[in-house]
Design a binder for this molecule. Structure first.
Ligand code: CP
Length: 310
């Protein structure tokens, strides 16, 4: 069985294939009749062990638009709360003969663990600080809509790179597509292995913004910072917040992106987040539904394997 555990291991042609597949769903979703039946008869289980708005809802909508039966496991009222292990939970879902399982979990590697145990494709909806592959794919789809090409495109990713699975998946995806990726964070929020990731590292946000074609802002993940250095929100905003004035350092038509949820007034000012024509934040959400439709459809397509998939 194939699944989507991470961008790591996906060949560039597989990423391009998913971008092309998603395009048909962007167009379908913009029309009046949004429903197709290619996943009719299939059961998809969403098991989210961490909170989510965008990813959970868009996976649910994506499955339903393709005609699948979509079931959202209510983790907070489940037997996980009685101490059932992750593997026992996974084996229980497997015994119900799901055709795909979508998982979000706070532990890096939890999704791979489940993918190794069950008989159906498993899609990673975000695992700890590891990967959030469908977010990177929907971000690439958003960028392609506006910019067409990735080769040499200067993409600045700024924020809590250390804790961000979105940053990790985006770095892998965008470098694989040929973009010139810059990452910017305070030293304490930059991963130790960043030098191995084929990116240019900045600690000065103004320098990282110079000439950027895309500016992707990330949330400070306070919930993952227990016992670690936490910059004060005021200091962080001063050094790393995206204001209209700062955005002028980037290209005049630079895109503004944020995966959400945003901390308005900390990593991004409201007037930038809502900037018509520049902010892609709601477009990212729209592309998320289309990209998740593509991933579910491709991964549950019988008799067709994609090389390099988990
Ligand atoms: N971008 C993202 O993953 O948002 P949610 O946490 O709301 O799913």
């Amino acid at each position: 069985h194939d699944g989507l555990v991470g961008i790591a291991g996906l060949a560039p042609h597989e990423i391009w294939f998913l971008l092309d597949e998603a395009q048909q769903w962007v167009e379908l979703n913009r029309g009046a009749q949004k429903r197709r039946d290619m996943l009719s008869g299939l059961t998809i289980i969403n098991a989210f062990f961490e909170n989510s708005t965008r990813t959970l809802l868009s996976f649910e909508i994506a499955g339903k638009r393709l005609g699948a039966d979509v079931v959202n496991m209510a983790v907070a009222t489940s037997s996980v709360k009685k101490g059932e292990t992750l593997i026992d939970t996974a084996m229980t879902l497997n015994a119900m003969r799901a055709d795909a399982i979508v998982i979000r979990h706070s532990s890096s590697g939890a999704v791979q663990l489940i993918a190794d145990k069950v008989d159906c494709p498993v899609l990673n909806a975000g695992d700890g600080q590891h990967e959030h592959p469908t977010q990177a794919l929907l971000d690439a789809l958003t960028i392609r809509h506006a910019k067409r090409a990735f080769n040499g495109l200067r993409v600045t990713i700024c924020g809590d790179i250390l804790h961000s699975r979105v940053a990790r998946s985006n770095i892998l995806c965008l470098t694989s597509l040929g973009a010139d990726v810059r990452v910017c964070a305070p030293p304490a929020l930059m991963p130790a292995d960043i030098e191995r990731m084929n990116v240019t590292v900045f600690h000065d946000f103004d320098a990282a913004l110079a000439g950027a074609d895309v500016v992707m802002m990330l949330r400070l993940q306070m919930e993952r910072m227990e016992g670690q250095f936490i910059p004060s929100p005021r200091e962080y905003r001063h050094l790393y917040g995206l204001s209209q004035e700062r955005l002028q350092l980037a290209e005049s038509n630079a895109l503004v992106m944020h995966p959400g949820p945003m901390n308005r007034g900390i990593e991004i000012e409201s007037n930038v987040a809502d900037m018509i024509g520049r902010s892609q934040i709601t477009t990212q959400v729209e592309m998320g539904v289309a990209m998740r439709m593509a991933c579910l459809e491709v991964l549950t397509r019988k008799g067709r394997k994609m090389e390099g998939w988990a």
